[in-house]
Design a binder for this molecule. Sequence first.
Ligand code: FE
Ligand code: FE
Ligand code: ZN
Length: 282
Amino acid sequence: MIYLGSHVSFKAPHYLLGSIQESLSYGANACMIYTGAPSNTKRVPVERFQIEQAFDLMKQVGFDLQRIIVHAPYLINLANTVQPDLFDFGVRFLQSEVQRTARLHASTLVLHPGCHLKAGLQTGIDQIVKGLNQVLDNDSSSVRIALETMAGKGTEIGFEFSQLKMILERIHRPDRIGFCLDTCHMHDAGYDLQDTEGLLQMIDSQLGLDRILAIHINDSKNPQGSRKDRHANIGKGCIGLEALARMVHHPVLQEVTKILETPYIEKRPPYKEEIALLRKSA
Ligand code: FE
Ligand code: FE
Ligand code: ZN
């Protein structure tokens, strides 16, 4: 069994119930949501999420709770040492986001590690460690934060596996940290997605395959190493269908939830077709 879905909307009036309905319309058995707009931190109270209604539907159709992934908003930047108030805001918001994730009974919260804003890689990593420890030291849930592999655009941290490893090694609660691979980001960061076995070996030795909690399956509009982060539709970019399908169907990644974040085509979601295409490309 593979667990494959897409980023889906989470909005008024049905929130989680609507997200699950949207996923089912794509033939998905997994999904990823933002608990509000990805680019702002306005959030409605959890009471309005229609969680019970969503769970009833999930039970009916056999959609597993563990297959809901939550993504934290982009504007949390735990690497920020330039604007201390924004760092503090990021810590507080991430804390509330972990709690919302727990209320949704989801187990994984994806987070972009952060941007050092020209303060330097090591300074940024130190700040991320400080922020994550502040969040996890004050949280009693079992939600795990999955640090995403980044494309290396601008001053992004986490585009090399070694950077993510450096963060993990200094976390007080390593049991609460995992990783989210993103195929477009790894390719843009310079990793060779055509060499699936070599890539997985590298991931295993640096991060541990048992810490991979989710995978974003995206093609890339740009060549390997371009550090651009422009997602392309499946099979329409520089990675190609075959390499992406190898990740989706690889036996060592079988239990990992896979999520499409590919762009809409003419204002329509491509997910139903892309999920079907990847499923049959075993
Ligand atoms: Fe992301
Ligand atoms: Fe991603
Ligand atoms: Zn991206």
